[in-house]
Design a protein around this ligand. Structure first.
Ligand code: 5GP
Ligand code: MG
Ligand code: MG
Length: 180
């Protein structure tokens, strides 16, 4: 049973839903009459992306990138690799990068610079979760769901070793699961 590996629920599905509605309203106001492209970072952001896009009431397209900075451990390797690039030419488009969580900032620092070099009209960053204690690299965050403590989080798209993404709430994993 997946639930036996969970120490506690940190943010409930109801709290997530309420906050995403607010983020959607904010984005809707900010992007009237603009060609908005949401760039989701696979795989962790898919659940967030699916809910967020349905709270945006202006024209919006989506695309995805897959990058890797973590193996199956809970620490960053310090290197970002592109596993899947965008299908879309982003020149002249208004981009929001949609990420599940910002930790060291390595992934978003890298992605923001990479996409900026392709001449979009603008780039902003939307993260569901922010672990501010862990930041090594500065990243401007324009839309933030929640600040979270420095604990390993799973659920609502976030995995440990490919598991727990399907949990509907944001949860803290029992440390013995990843120390084992
Ligand atoms: P950063 O590059 O900011 O250090 O880390 C970003 C990525 O690391 C996230 O997109 C996510 O995939 C992974 N990550 C960081 N903290 C956590 C966490 O608490 N739980 C999970 N499941 N992934 C995390
Ligand atoms: Mg991610
Ligand atoms: Mg992961």
């Amino acid at each position: 049973m997946l639930n036996q590996d969970i120490e506690r629920v940190l943010i409930t599905r109801e709290e997530i839903s309420t906050r995403i509605k607010e983020l959607g309203e904010q984005i809707t106001r900010d992007y009237q009459e603009k060609n908005l492209l949401l760039v989701g970072v696979l795989k962790g952001a898919v659940v967030f992306m699916a809910d967020l896009m349905r709270e945006i009431r202006t024209t919006v397209d989506i695309d995805f990138m897959d990058v890797s900075s973590y193996g199956s451990s809970t620490e960053s390797s310090g290197v970002v690799r592109i596993l899947k690039d965008l299908d879309t030419d982003i020149q002249g488009k208004h981009i929001i990068i949609v990420e599940d969580i910002i930790d060291s900032g390595l992934t978003l620092n890298y992605l923001t610079k990479l996409l900026q070099s392709r001449n979009p009209a603008s780039i902003k960053v939307c993260v569901l979760l922010d672990k501010p204690e862990r930041r090594d690299l500065e990243v401007a965050i324009h839309y933030r769901g929640f600040s979270v403590p420095n604990e390993f989080i799973v659920g609502y798209g976030l995995d440990y070793d490919g598991k727990y993404r399907n949990l509907p709430d944001i949860c803290i994993l029992k440390p013995e699961v990843y120390r084992a």
